[in-house]
Design a protein around this ligand. Sequence first.
Ligand code: CP3
Length: 359
Amino acid sequence: MRPLENDLFLRACRREPTERTPIWLMRQAGRYLPSYRALRERYDFLTLCRTPELAAEITVQPVEQLGVDAAILFSDILVIPEAMGLMLRIEESGGPHIENPVRTAADVAHLVIPDPQEKLSYILEAIRVTQERLRRRVPLIGFAGAPWTLFAYMVEGSGRDDFRRARVFAREVPSVAHALLEKIARAVARFLHAQIEAGVHAVQLFDTWAGLLDPDSFLEFSLTYVRRVIETVKAAAPRRVPILLFSRGTAAWIEALAETGADVLSVDWTCDLARARQQTGDRVALQGNLDPTVLLASPEVVVREARKVLARFGVGAGHIFNLGHGVLPETPVENVRRLVDTVKRESPQYHVQRGEASR
Ligand code: CP3
């Protein structure tokens, strides 16, 4: 097969030298883009996710309009709970809602571990259509929610900010919680395996709500299952692709996260990249970590803060520029463009250029 035209992202994941720092953004395909909003006027969110041609079109939009170095499949982490048997709605305001949340051991027993070829085939098809449209310009990233974060939505039933019901459930009936996490972990591993088979170049696990947990609970309910998913995927994968882990609000546990088997740790803006680099040594690459609210400020602030992130990681391989969380819906597209251009123009000074090493 023809090589990728731009493989900066994949090389950075492997901590190999690159001419500049690659950049892509979490939620780069979303409501801040007028072309996305235009499609959303005609279709609801889940229809976009379930229609491979539409999902592919949205996935490619930021690549063509912003020049990012990787595409992330347009979908959602909640497709797994749905395929396991829960009824999902995404409300116009207020986000996800599950009609029949998990509350008892019997609820857990009723959940299925879906065969992705059957229940999630629309996503595998979206991967194939997207690869055709990308024409090997940039790599395609697949993803899934991490078990703890999916657990939080499945038990809470909504995206309430502190997920108190899910946290009480984990402490009150730990054996039921573990049975549920176990099932979710198996479903996630199978799904990531299927995405790799369908042709994604890398996969990212989103543990958005890991930071809600105290240290012991974090190890017990989040990290254990992240490690298990990564081990399972690595052991069975048809190809070795980079595995990225976004564990939000957990900078304090960066050394433990580096031992999960993830190739890349995606960190939020509370994490000091220079310190994280020292703590993780050469075990992982780092992705991040601009605060998304920077993109709501003036273009001068965007440039200044982007420079700070580049300088904070410093000279060397193994940095992928990203935000510390997703692009906010009210973000001006011009600022996102400015960010991508700034990273492209200013990051070469942090890398050894071809021929320079021998001089
Ligand atoms: O990053 C990308 O561009 C790819 C697509 C993507 C979406 N969701 C699209 C989406 C990805 C990778 C996700 C992951 C996701 N979904 C996470 C983990 C990352 C994170 O942001 O923390 C979580 C927690 C979810 C659950 C979810 N889905 C929420 C909380 C919401 C509502 C909040 C919101 O932003 O509206 C969704 C809906 C959703 N997922 C939208 C998009 C573009 C908005 C739907 C719309 O168009 O109305």
